[in-house]
Design a binder for this molecule. Structure first.
Ligand SMILES: Nc1ncnc2c1ncn2[C@@H]1O[C@H](COP(=O)(O)OP(=O)(O)OP(=O)(O)O)[C@@H](O)[C@H]1O
Length: 452
């Protein structure tokens, strides 16, 4: 029965990851079973197990759940008979991918998720600029802003937009060489090329693309030789007017341990912030996903008000929102009940509880005042002494980063200040993070305290 479910999930995976990825990564997996929400697989090598865990676990989980076996986690072990393949051993598939020469065609990018398209991306105020910029890049043609730098918190759609750009470019110009990969994969490729003495091939390959997209670039911070190579690749492509798209979890200037010259290069094009979602955007996303689920679970009833309730209560990020809806539909179809508010509250109790631990502006003010040993009334009040004004700006910055409050709303909570004052405070702290080690450390500590 479980094998049958895996069979169905595999068929869907073939569709969603594409033939090449399927043959290389999914086909070699042996399904060992499913219990207590954990699906277990045996992979022929550590490398395949790691790669699949990093790149396909979410899709495997999703397809198993859709096939009727709700899964929370996917685990991979290495088949006991398998030995790590020696570098030159003949094996049905290479144990580790070699860096191909630029003229060998295939680019060593990460797989693209077929679900991440512009059509499935819901646009709202918090992401409209990022969406418009991504659309512009996806039209192809000469690079108007280079690089496009997308940044924002966890699960706000950076990867989705990058994949959407790649899909669109492939559709418009199938011959275009579009390479999408994570910064971690860039490093992995680079280190492997060094080890295999194929560094010239590596350089040639990365310089031969028309569009390079690197996700989660903050990963290379502190990794000196990878940064160096990234810098050269970046410059070579920009010089040829080839488009580069980069994403990170924060603005270029805020990435610690990233070389100054890289920071300034990253700021040369268009830097766009994906803001935390607002209620309307969350509801739009939920409506779109619910529509898709209705097709998958025909006959399942969704009571009015459930989506609105979720959009109000789950404000963390879109990934959590999606997970909640997936679980809700899977659960309701298993027990054969209508999705009501009661069912949602029962089935999602843990997610709703976690979302309740939302940081408020007031909590931020209290923590910051404590940390700098000043009175809360001074932090909010009019005093302009630097010993008070700086912590105030830090609190403004954290309020902007950690809550979904708008600048005017934050201004009101800071003694009725104008939104431009808040904007100035946020900008000031953004500048200081790069130059003032103490402030960067204070912020890290405060964030940890507030997000605990
Ligand atoms: N505006 C949106 N419309 C539809 N789906 C969205 C939107 N924003 C995010 N999502 C969905 O939320 C999930 C998380 O998005 P994504 O992986 O792009 O986030 P991210 O910003 O790259 O986060 P991370 O930094 O954790 O990698 C994806 O399934 C994506 O499809």
């Amino acid at each position: 029965m479980q094998q049958e479910t895996w069979g169905q999930a595999r068929a869907e995976l073939l569709r969603s990851v594409g033939q090449n990825n399927f043959v290389t990564w999914i086909e070699p997996l042996a399904f060992s079973g499913l219990s207590e929400g954990v699906a277990r697989f045996e992979a022929p090598t550590n490398f395949i197990g790691d790669w699949v865990a990093r790149n396909f676990a979410d899709q495997i989980r999703y397809q198993l759940t859709v096939a009727g076996a709700p899964v929370d986690r996917v685990e991979f072990t290495v088949a006991s008979a398998a030995r790590p393949a020696p570098a030159v051993a003949a094996s049905p598939r290479p144990a580790a991918p070699v860096v191909p020469r630029a003229d060998e065609g295939e680019l060593p990018g990460a797989p693209l998720d077929t679900r991440f398209t512009f059509d499935s991306f819901v646009v709202g105020k918090p992401n409209e600029l990022a969406h418009a910029a991504a659309r512009r890049v996806a039209e192809g043609g000469p690079a108007t802003f280079n690089p496009l730098f997308l940044y924002g918190g966890v699960g706000l759609g950076k990867t989705h937009l990058m994949h959407a750009i790649a899909h669109e470019l492939h559709m418009r110009s199938p011959e275009m060489r579009v390479l999408y990969l994570s910064a971690e994969q860039f490093m992995y490729r680079f280190v492997q090329a060094l080890r295999d003495k194929q560094i010239m091939n590596f350089k040639e390959l990365f310089r031969s693309v028309d569009v390079l997209m690197v996700d989660d670039v903050q990963f290379i911070a502190g990794k000196d030789s990878t940064q160096e190579e990234f810098f050269h690749t970046f410059n070579a492509l920009v010089d040829q007017n080839k488009q580069i798209v980069i994403s990170a979890d924060r603005a270029p200037g805020e990435i610690k341990d990233l070389e100054e010259r890289i920071k300034s290069r990253l700021q040369c094009g268009l830097v766009v912030d994906l803001h935390p979602t607002d209620y309307e955007l969350r509801l739009g996303i939920l409506q779109q996903k619910a529509e898709a689920y209705r097709g998958q679970y025909p006959g399942l009833q969704l009571a009015p008000g459930v989506l609105e309730f979720l959009a109000h209560r789950i404000t963390t990020n879109v990934r959590v929102l999606e997970g909640a809806l997936t679980r809700l539909f899977a659960f309701a179809s298993l027990v054969g009940r209508e999705i009501t508010l009661d069912l949602a509250q029962d089935c999602l109790a843990d997610i709703l509880r976690a979302s309740d631990r939302k940081v408020t502006v007031e909590e931020i003010q209290r923590r910051v005042a404590e940390h700098y040993n000043i009175r809360l009334s001074d932090l909010i009040g009019p005093k302009r002494l630097r010993t008070i004004a700086r912590p105030r700006q830090i609190a403004m910055y954290l309020a902007k980063q950690l809550t979904s409050r708008s600048l005017p709303e934050i201004g009101r909570r800071f003694g009725g200040r104008d939104h431009t004052t808040i904007m100035h405070g946020v900008k000031k702290v953004e500048e200081l993070i790069g130059s003032d080690q103490q402030i960067a450390e204070d912020l890290q500590l405060l964030r940890r305290l507030l997000e605990a």
